[in-house]
Ligand binder design. Structure first.
Ligand code: GLU
Length: 497
């Protein structure tokens, strides 16, 4: 096999759609599984879609996900530049299009956008692949119009009633009739190439071996196959991966939930969990073949790359089940040891977390952080929930609401119970680390007996006074970390009304 070279060829639209991330993840794996190269090429010929800072955002996400390219605008490489608007300066796209005109596979079309719109309304143009009335203008008429300064585009001259086919590595044989294919614009009136022309030329020039992209690009393929043929290029291997659909059906769109890769990080999803989730969308892990295992869902990126083969990709659509992603995230958080989680959390606080700065500072310089993380990591589904779970250590809640069902049946005794809980904690050793759990439980039980309560009731009062909520990590462990002084302070300040 020739050197495997795959590419990610995004338009710089400003954010990285999670569906693109899914696709690029596979493109990268295919290259790496075969000791090949992974290339980033920016397809910015549609100037209307260009967004400032978009390339930086692409790099930020690729680096974060361990998908750093071997060649690209930042890395450089043999085929630089890797940004199409810069590549255009050498005239490669225009020259190729003119070459196609000469060969009779493309033509100048002088229709203005208004004329085009009007034309497309006519019955003879409806429900048919577009053919411009300028398809067969004579050479002299074309020259005369150009001389007059008329604006033009160059269109592909799609042949009548021919079969165009691709043998897709995932989908198998797919074919189209050229009568269903528009005379695609190749060079726009602003002189920029369209995506179709530029992508074919660049993939060829950059020696791309596999075009791995999402299924939604399949309709572009026949146009591109014609271009490969007319430009006399070898056809690379095409591999259109499954579409990732919203659970409600249809495209994964931002109307139904977040689709911005960065936003998943902001919300506290771990890169490893997202990657694990993405790899199982449209890929059947060949675990039996490799490990003799039957069921397994947790894979590291490295394991994935080591076992990745194009033939294990699935044709069926995949569903972006957000609950499953959350499941992976929780799994990854809970299986990390506290020291590993601390590193991940600090990275998150520094780069992505949108929480109060004060809290970021507290968490960021806390030697006792691993001990606190140990208490919450098994239940938190996101890093945000991790921080929410430990934030009471740093900030006492001032607005505790005592009018809740957990204490309502003994509401009138609340302040007396609180008083006794305070006195009891005053009596404990100065060094909270030395506290013995049995002694502490005994003391709290006595308070329950004294007030004719259930055993758990005084614990609930203590929990709410300390944490500010009826839910907390294991209370005794949390108290030991918080320390006697702070416990007493919170119990003293508790306003039980
Ligand atoms: N520039 C296209 C995009 O925005 C690339 C499609 C392809 O991979 O051919 O995704």
């Amino acid at each position: 096999m020739k050197n495997v070279r795959t590419r990610f060829a995004p338009s710089p639209t400003g954010f990285v759609h999670i569906g693109s991330m899914h696709n690029v993840f596979f493109a990268h794996a295919l290259a790496k599984a075969n000791d090949g190269d992974f290339i980033l090429r920016i397809e910015d010929t549609d100037r209307k879609r260009y967004v400032e800072g978009a390339v930086e955002e692409l790099y930020a996400m690729l680096d974060e996900f361990g998908l750093t390219p071997d060649e690209g605008p930042r890395e450089g490489g043999k085929y630089a530049p890797y940004i199409q608007s810069e590549r255009m300066k050498s005239g490669i796209y225009k020259t190729a299009a003119e070459e196609l005109v000469k060969k009779g596979n493309a033509y100048y079309c002088f229709l203005s956008s208004n004329e085009l719109e009007e034309l497309k309304k006519k019955p003879e143009y409806k429900n048919k692949a577009f053919r411009s009335p300028h398809r067969n203008l004579s050479k002299s008429e074309v020259e005369a119009r150009i001389l007059k300064g008329e604006k033009y585009v160059i269109r592909l001259k799609v042949p009548e009633n021919e079969i165009v086919a691709v043998d897709d590595a995932i989908l198998g044989h797919v074919e189209w009739n050229t009568d269903d294919i528009d005379d695609q614009v190749l060079i726009k009136s602003d002189g920029f190439p369209t995506y179709h022309l530029a992508v074919v030329i660049d993939d060829h020039v950059m020696n791309i071996s596999h075009i791995t992209r999402a299924y939604e690009w399949l309709p572009s393929t026949p146009k591109q196959m014609l271009l490969y043929k007319y430009l006399d290029y070898d056809v690379p291997i095409f591999a259109h991966g499954s579409l990732v659909l919203d659970p409600d059906g249809g495209k994964l769109s931002k109307r139904k939930g977040n689709v911005n890769t960065r936003q998943f990080l902001v919300e506290g999803y771990l890169v490893d969990a997202i990657k694990n989730f993405l790899m199982l969308l449209g890929w059947a892990a060949p675990i039996e073949r490799i490990h003799g295992e039957k069921e397994r869902e947790i894979f590291s990126h490295e394991e994935f790359i080591n076992m990745y083969k194009l033939e294990d990709r699935q044709k069926t659509n995949a569903v972006f089940d957000r609950n499953k992603l959350l499941w992976f995230n929780q799994k990854y958080i809970s299986t990390m040891n506290p020291e590993e989680l601390e590193i991940v959390l600090e990275n998150w606080l520094e780069k992505y977390a949108e929480i109060e700065n004060e809290l970021k500072d507290f968490v960021g310089r806390d030697n006792a952080l691993p001990a606190k993380l140990e208490l919450v990591k098994d239940r938190a589904k996101t890093l945000l929930e991790v921080v929410e779970g430990i934030q009471f250590f740093y900030k006492a809640r001032k607005d505790i609401n005592w009018k809740i069902k957990q204490v309502e049946k003994f509401a009138e005794k609340l302040s007396r119970i609180g008083e006794d809980v305070l006195e009891f904690h005053k009596s404990l050793d100065e060094n909270s680390k030395e506290w013995a759990q049995e002694e502490w439980v005994e003391g709290m039980k006595k308070i329950a007996e004294k007030h004719g309560l259930k055993t758990g009731d005084p614990f609930m009062v203590l929990r709410i006074a300390i944490v500010g909520s009826p839910f907390s990590p294991p209370l005794f462990e949390a108290l030991k970390i918080l320390g006697k002084d702070e416990i007493l302070r919170r119990l003293q300040n508790a306003n039980y009304s």
